[in-house]
Design a protein around this ligand. Structure first.
Ligand code: ADP
Ligand code: MG
Length: 744
């Protein structure tokens, strides 16, 4: 029912009829329309002023007041031409979303008229307003940083991400200024500051290593990120009848329908027209904002979809992922749909992730993880590859902490999504390359000799159909079960949750890799002695050593299997199933130091982050538990009671009519339902007791530990009893739409 209603019609912009008839405007023409690009700025600023600004963006010289004033003026004029009446610093508090506080351009100028003062309204945006703002914003999570130091929080313009305008009410618009959010003492209160610092740390470490290897031309190494976003769409009308979806973002009860995803007939199928209309409108808005959306398709589960952009610099990619989520949310509303970003909205059906495709590239766009045709003869590739393996080997547990949350817990370690063990998948070919290098032997060919290698281990695939072209086969085969996989020329961190910001996982990955690159650079520097650069044999020695020491985190098999859990335990790899345990990794010195020693986070910032995560976890668990309790007490049980009442009345009527009721179906159903109802009632009582027990704990850590341990179990018991009843109680007495209503 969800998608059988007609789609809302979407107007795609058309070129003016005089020139191009009824033609649609091309995506390339729409792209970036609402972005204040460098090119636009260059066209309106005097050359030397623009050069000052560029130096600021490159981090070479801080921006001065005249330059800031000039940029502010140009941005305001540009934005006003697009209907802007307001501007807003746009920032990322540590709650996974974005925040904004709008100020109008309105400024009052006083002049004297016939000896009387009179205020006159003008539109203005000064350089200092562009640079900095002080939103009160005291309700954002700060993990104690703000109360410890100083109550004020500041937003500061991030010149590395472009400004943009978004439509507001009745044809007006707002100029958005991407910003960081910090305390009076410069402690990060947001996601972005940490990410930017981590990108810098990675760049410094990578550039140094490249120098040692003899590459002196690279001034900066960029972190590249492409986020594949999975989500569900459900009909808004149906959604509104499910308090659990509205409050927690997932269904806390609901029996499995006879058909869900067994047939896998949704995956890559034709997208429903309502969905296509919604996605298309969403893409249109995102193109205008310069978000390079590239792909859209159906996912495995019914009503599950995926959208992915072309990769960009990490910080901009994060901005764009958050814009994508906000836009999808808003546009879905217009289409009578509700987007669910929760990692596990439906039990027994695939959950959603946010695959973070990550790599490093030089300032000239050279991908440092590109294996090229002969990876075994490419020391630079091998060295950067083993640096990532080393980073994951040292800090897998920390990476696990960055993706821990009450919602992602339902996915990690469950039967489908990547488990709580962080291992790396390389694919047959690359695994063989590393093994061969470590053993000092030639690489075994994995393909028949008649087949020419085209690119990384690529073979020419002969399809035996003359009309089809021969194509290069990619030997980086897919392993969808791996939490961290090498896919061609990048790593894909798949365990990241669909609802979270990709910022922190990326920042920690950067930090860990930067640390490994630095350690490698230190080793090579010592080994090269007086020589200008490290020799290839020195480099290959380091590569060999690291292949050996990181062997334990490589796993090519099925990550969902029981055998892997046992094998990982033998290898001494952590298997962290609970979020509170994962969060504690942040405080362990070896993990905390990877952030602190490189200046990416201070100790206070890490501790604050820890508190925010723990606090959020407890709140999420409690909200979910209370939602379950309320749904059972005020909706499910009354529904069941009225169903039972009808049965009892029927039994009584039969009796009055002199019919033997002993084997009457109504009576037998009544008995069965009575037993199940008692179970549900008792389970709800148990849950209520556990809620009270968690509430009674003053200590946040103890509350998190207990919530994770007992609330989940108690919720599970309630759910089991409720789902069993759902299969017996008459449809008209069941208080919520069922899975079949939500999914088909
Ligand atoms: P798949 O994962 O199926 O191979 P794609 O090749 O389309 O899919 O890549 C998925 C995502 O990875 C896209 O967002 C893409 O832009 C991104 N990506 C590709 N190359 C890189 C790279 N060098 N660094 C970061 N992300 C990348
Ligand atoms: Mg992928």
């Amino acid at each position: 029912a969800a998608f059988s209603r007609p789609p809302r019609s979407v107007e795609w912009p058309r070129a003016s009829p005089a020139t191009a008839g009824d033609n649609h405007v091309l995506v390339s023409e729409i792209f970036g329309q609402n972005v204040f690009t460098l090119k636009t700025l260059e066209s309106v600023l005097p050359k030397p002023v623009f050069a000052h600004f560029v130096n600021q963006v490159k981090g070479l010289a801080p921006i001065d007041k005249p330059t800031a004033d000039a940029v502010a003026h140009a941005a305001r004029v540009w934005a006003m031409a697009r209907g802007a009446t307001h501007f807003s610093h746009w920032f990322q508090p540590q709650n996974g979303t974005t925040a904004e506080k709008h100020d109008s351009f309105l400024t009052l100028k006083t002049s004297v008229n016939n000896g009387l003062e009179e205020a006159r309204a003008i539109d203005a945006l000064s350089g200092s307003q562009l640079l900095q703002s002080e939103p009160d914003a005291s309700s954002f999570p700060s993990g104690g940083v703000r109360s410890t130091f100083e109550a004020r929080g500041y937003t500061i313009w991030d010149t590395s991400s472009p400004m943009f305008v978004r439509a507001g009410p009745h044809g007006t618009a707002t100029l958005f200024i991407p910003s960081v959010y910090i305390s009076f003492n410069g402690e990060a209160l947001d996601e972005k500051t940490t990410l930017l610092r981590s990108c810098d740390a990675l760049s410094v470490a990578a550039v140094r290593l490249l120098r040692i290897m003899g590459d002196a031309d690279v001034a900066r190494v960029r972190t590249t990120l492409g986020t594949e976003q999975e989500f569900f769409l459900v009909d808004r009308g149906t959604y509104r009848l499910r308090p659990d979806l509205k409050i927690t973002g997932r269904t806390v009860m609901g029996a499995a329908p006879p058909k869900h995803q067994q047939l896998e007939d949704h995956y890559f199928g034709k997208m429903p027209s309502r969905v296509i209309a919604c996605m298309s409108e969403c893409e249109l808005e995102l193109y205008k904002l310069g978000v390079p959306i590239k792909t859209r398709h159906n996912e495995v589960a019914p009503n599950q979809f995926e959208v992915a952009p072309i990769f960009e610099d990490a910080s901009v990619a994060v901005d764009h992922n958050l814009l994508l989520m906000a836009t999808l949310h808003e546009v879905a509303h217009r289409h009578g749909l509700k987007v669910l970003f929760h990692e596990k909205p439906f039990k027994g059906i695939n959950g959603s992730g946010k695959h973070c495709n990550w790599s490093m590239a030089t300032d000239s766009g050279d991908n440092l993880l590109d294996p090229t045709a002969n990876p075994e003869k490419n020391p630079r590739f091998l060295l950067f590859l083993v640096a990532v393996l080393d980073a994951v080997n040292r800090h897998g547990a920390l990476l696990r902490a960055t993706i821990a949350s009450a919602s992602n817990e339902h996915r990690l370690g469950a039967h489908e999504a990547p488990p709580g063990i962080v291992s790396v998948f390389l694919g047959d070919h690359l695994a063989e390359v590393l093994d061969a290098v470590a053993e000092g032997r030639p690489v075994k060919s994995l393909v028949a000799p008649s087949h020419q290698a085209v690119r990384l281990g690529g073979t020419v695939l002969d399809l035996k159909v003359a009309s089809l072209p021969t194509i290069a086969r990619d030997l980086t085969d897919r392993n969808r079960t791996s939490p961290f996989a090498f896919t061609g020329n990048k790593f894909e961190f798949r365990a990241v949750g669909s609802s979270q910001s990709p910022s922190f996982p990326t920042a920690v990955l950067n930090a860990a890799v930067a640390e490994s690159l630095t350690a490698i650079a230190d080793t090579l520097e010592a080994r090269k002695g007086g020589a200008a650069t490290a020799s290839t044999s020195d480099v290959m020695d380091v590569v060999q050593e690291l292949i050996k020491t990181t062997k334990r985190i490589r796993f090519e098999g099925n990550n969902y299997s029981q055998e892997w859990a046992a094998e990982a335990a033998r290898r001494g790899l952590p298997n962290i199933k609970s979020s509170p345990v994962a969060f504690k990794k942040l405080l362990e010195p070896e993990h905390m130091n990877v952030l602190v020693k490189q200046g990416i986070m201070s100790e206070a910032e890490v501790k604050a982050r820890y508190h925010i995560l723990v606090d959020k976890y407890v709140k999420d668990q409690m909200i979910e538990a209370n939602t379950v309790k309320d749904m059972v007490r005020t909706r499910v049980l009354p529904g069941v009671f009225s169903f039972s009442k009808g049965l009892a009345e029927s039994v009584a009527a039969h009796k009055t009519a002199g019919i033997d009721v002993d084997s009457l179906a109504e009576k037998r159903t009544l008995e069965r339902v009575a037993g199940m109802t008692t179970k549900l009632f008792d389970a709800a009582d148990e849950l209520e007791r556990e809620i009270a027990a968690v509430e009674a704990l003053a200590d946040e850590e103890a509350a998190a530990e207990m919530a994770g341990r007992v609330l989940t179990v108690a919720i599970g018991h309630v759910r089991e009893a409720a789902d069993a009843l759902e299969a017996v109680v008459g449809d008209s007495h069941w208080p919520f739409p069922k899975y079949a209503d939500l999914l088909f």
